[in-house]
Write a protein that binds this ligand. Structure first.
Ligand code: ATP
Length: 246
């Protein structure tokens, strides 16, 4: 694909865990500035795709081109240093560290290149975007509410100055009203920080409200793709997720 706007593209990506094939010939792309939703049921392969993009899993086959460079074979550490940042599911913050220390760790690569002053500036920007984290900056992350921990996990990702942010089920286990708030923040993030986002969600209706485009994955294969409005109006999707209100 020659489109200059494409920041990430996979072609024919296949992954297996022993005899289980988790991804089959997955071809998809994300353009700069987009929020792209990756939708699908439990076990469809969404997490596997994100883990493959972030260098945690080596695929059997296929290519991953990120900002024009082939990424397969690069370690997760190298991938993160290139600002392809993965916020894993289950809000994995460091529970015994303060909010501030969690955020500082997010800026690790960036700190090594640009120094403390630039990190401080970034921290101020992040704090003005997530004021609750500023209020609680000395608090241990493990004592925050579920929603606040999720905000911290996302904010830590933002501290790494992502060119592409991979968000794995940021609303999992959150009360509906908090889930809405978190998804609203993801939409605002794109506007405020010009962050490109690949969003894995089971909250299909809500994620299609903030996304530009989406892919539906089933049994490791992309079975549908389109603009968010096309997917929202898709008969099969409507039937499958009818009544989902979050
Ligand atoms: P969920 O929403 O439940 O997280 P998912 O769409 O993210 O689901 P994956 O976690 O990527 O799906 O799983 C895809 C398939 O690979 C499933 O069949 C799952 O059981 C299998 N799988 C995932 N991780 C492993 C593993 N470490 N070892 C073996 N099989 C795995």
């Amino acid at each position: 694909m020659k489109n200059e706007q494409v920041i990430l593209e996979t072609r024919d990506l296949s992954v297996s865990y022993g005899a289980i094939q988790a991804l089959r010939h997955v071809s998809m792309h994300v353009e700069k500035g987009e929020i792209v939703a990756l939708l699908g049921a439990n076990g469809a392969g969404k997490t596997t795709l994100l883990q493959t993009l972030s260098g945690l899993i080596t695929p059997d086959d296929g290519t991953i081109i990120y900002r024009g460079v082939e990424m397969i074979g690069q370690e997760a550490e190298e991938v993160a240093a290139k600002h392809l940042i993965h916020v894993p599911e289950h809000r994995q913050v460091f529970p015994t560290l303060s909010v501030l220390d969690n955020l500082t760790l997010g800026a690790y690569h960036h700190y090594r290149k640009t120094g403390a002053k630039a990190v401080e500036t970034e921290m101020e920007k992040v704090f003005s975007f997530f004021p609750i984290l500023k209020e609680r900056k000395e608090q241990l992350a493990g004592t925050l509410s579920g929603g606040q921990q999720q905000m911290l996990a996302i904010a830590r990702g933002v501290m790494a100055k992502p060119s592409l942010l991979l968000l794995d089920e940021p609303t999992l286990g959150l009360a509906p009203i908090i889930a809405q708030e978190v998804l609203g923040l993801v939409a605002d993030l794109r506007n405020e920080f010009e962050t490109t986002v690949l969003l894995v969600e089971q909250n299909v209706v809500s994620s299609l409200r903030i996304a530009d485009r989406g892919y539906v994955i089933s049994h490791g294969e992309i079975v549908k793709s389109g603009s968010a409005s096309e997917l929202r109006n898709d008969k099969e999707i409507k039937e499958a997720y009818l009544g989902q209100s979050v």
